[in-house]
Structures are given as C-alpha cells and as structure tokens.
Write a protein that binds this ligand. Structure first.
Ligand SMILES: Nc1ncnc2c1ncn2[C@@H]1O[C@H](COP(=O)(O)OP(=O)(O)OP(=O)(O)O)[C@@H](O)[C@H]1O
Ligand SMILES: [Mg+2]
Length: 225
C-alpha cells in the first residue's frame, strides 16, 4: 500500500522584489496512515508554506508531493478542487468560520460545493458537533461562541468530508492554556477515531511534545527530532 503522504525534496520560492525568496530548500518527509506529526520552527521558517503545499493549496517550485500514492498536481483544476475537498481538512489559527452562518451551517459548508457528496452529511455534522461538545450550540453564530468553542467548531468542519489528511496551522495559538489543551485533546481523540494523518504546526513545545513524530523546520530544511 502506498504511503498516506510522501513529500520528496520539495523546494518553494516566492518572487521577491530583487530576487526570489527561497523558503523551502529540499524538504522530505513520509507519513503513514494513522500517524501524527508536529511541525515546529521559527517564525518565517516556512511552516505555513509547507502546510499549504501538503494541502494542495499551492504547488512546489520543485520536488514532489504524493497523497495516497497520487500526485495531486497531475489533476486538472476542477479535479484538484474536488480532491482537496474530500481529502484535506484544514484548521487555522483563526477559525475562519463565516459570521453570518450558524455553527451547524458552518460545519456543512464544505459539503455544499459538491452536491453528490451531501448525502447523510447533516447527521454527520451533528455527530461531529457532539464529539466536540457543541451539540447545544448548533444554531449559534460564531460571534456568540468562546474562542475555544469556535476552534472546536472549525475542527468539526475540517472533518465533515472524512479527510485522510487533517492539517492544522497553529490551531491553539489564539487560545488560553485550558482551551488550548481541550482543543489538542480533541484533535488527538478525533485523529484516533477517524484514522486520519494529523499534522499540526505549533509554536507550543508542550503541544509538540505530545506527538509521536516531530519535525523542526529551519533554514528551509526539515529535521526529525
Ligand atoms: N505569498 C508569498 N509571497 C512572498 N513571500 C511569501 C509568501 N508567503 C510567505 N512568504 C514568505 O515565506 C516565508 C515563510 O512564510 P511562512 O508563512 O511559511 O512562515 P511560518 O513558518 O508559517 O511563520 P509563522 O510562524 O510566523 O506563521 C516568510 O519569509 C514569508 O515572508
Ligand atoms: Mg505560519
């Protein structure tokens, strides 16, 4: 069976004013189904860049990324959008929930793009919201939730389509210690239940210490601790 995720010698540069900014200079890593990994590294070291590439939001300048044995960048733009919608769940530092929608509607948003995938999703959304202890907040708007609750809702949204990759960029960065610990507990619990590959970018050494695998990104390269 192919690896869930294989990143091979990936480079990423951005066009700068005078010369390109080389952010990633040959990053390689492999993760099997069910594995969980933390990515740490100084600000500006390319952690979000790497997560975006793994999440197929952006293409590497060189090197390859394969997910479940396939190169997603071989797909056409609409096929890639569909692949991403099914395969990748994102959780960001700032929840990215839409203010005009209820919690339940926010969790269902990723199912709207592809009507054929909508079957049974409302029930799943309710189950996920129960798993993140928000079953009593279904009709609330994001502004009516605490920071920790918003982040828990965004975890439920990331999982709605049953992704094989759950990618989190500083998911506890804007939370106090207690809420951060609760969101982290939840990520590990759902990672176990849903058998996703879990990748979490974090500045918190405490959170990183809870992962079986830890990568540190520095000067464009990754080393496993
Ligand atoms: N679209 C872009 N165009 C040009 N440069 C970019 C772009 N996105 C990121 N960069 C540069 O790439 C480098 C890495 O950025 P990135 O956001 O990946 O860092 P990070 O490790 O996530 O940092 P932080 O911990 O502060 O979130 C930075 O120097 C940034 O300025
Ligand atoms: Mg970042």
């Amino acid at each position: 069976m192919s690896l869930a995720l294989e990143v091979k010698n990936v480079h990423k540069s951005y066009d700068g004013d005078a010369q390109p900014v080389e952010v990633l200079r040959g990053v390689s890593l492999e993760l099997d189904r069910g594995e969980a990994m933390a990515i740490t590294g100084p600000s500006g070291s390319g952690k979000s860049t790497l997560l975006h590439l793994i999440g197929t939001l952006d293409q590497p300048s060189a090197g390859t990324i394969s997910i479940e044995g396939k190169n997603p960048f071989d797909l056409s733009e609409p096929e890639l959008a569909r692949f991403r919608n099914r395969t990748v769940g994102f959780v960001f530092q700032d929840h990215h929930l839409l203010p005009q929608y209820s919690v339940l509607e926010n969790v269902l948003l990723p199912t709207l793009a592809f009507p054929d995938q909508r079957q049974g999703k409302e029930e799943r959304a309710r189950e996920l919201l129960e798993a993140v202890s928000l079953q009593h907040r279904l009709t609330h708007r994001p502004a009516e939730l605490s920071g920790g609750e918003r982040q828990r809702a965004s975890v439920a949204r990331a999982l709605i389509n049953g992704p094989s990759l759950l990618l989190c960029d500083e998911p506890t960065g804007s939370l106090d210690h207690q809420n951060a610990a609760a969101v982290a507990d939840l990520l590990f619990k759902l990672h176990g239940q849903e058998k996703t590959v879990l990748i979490v970018v974090t500045h918190s050494l405490e959170l990183a210490g809870r992962f079986q695998r830890r990568f540190d990104l520095r000067e464009g390269r990754c080393s496993e601790a």
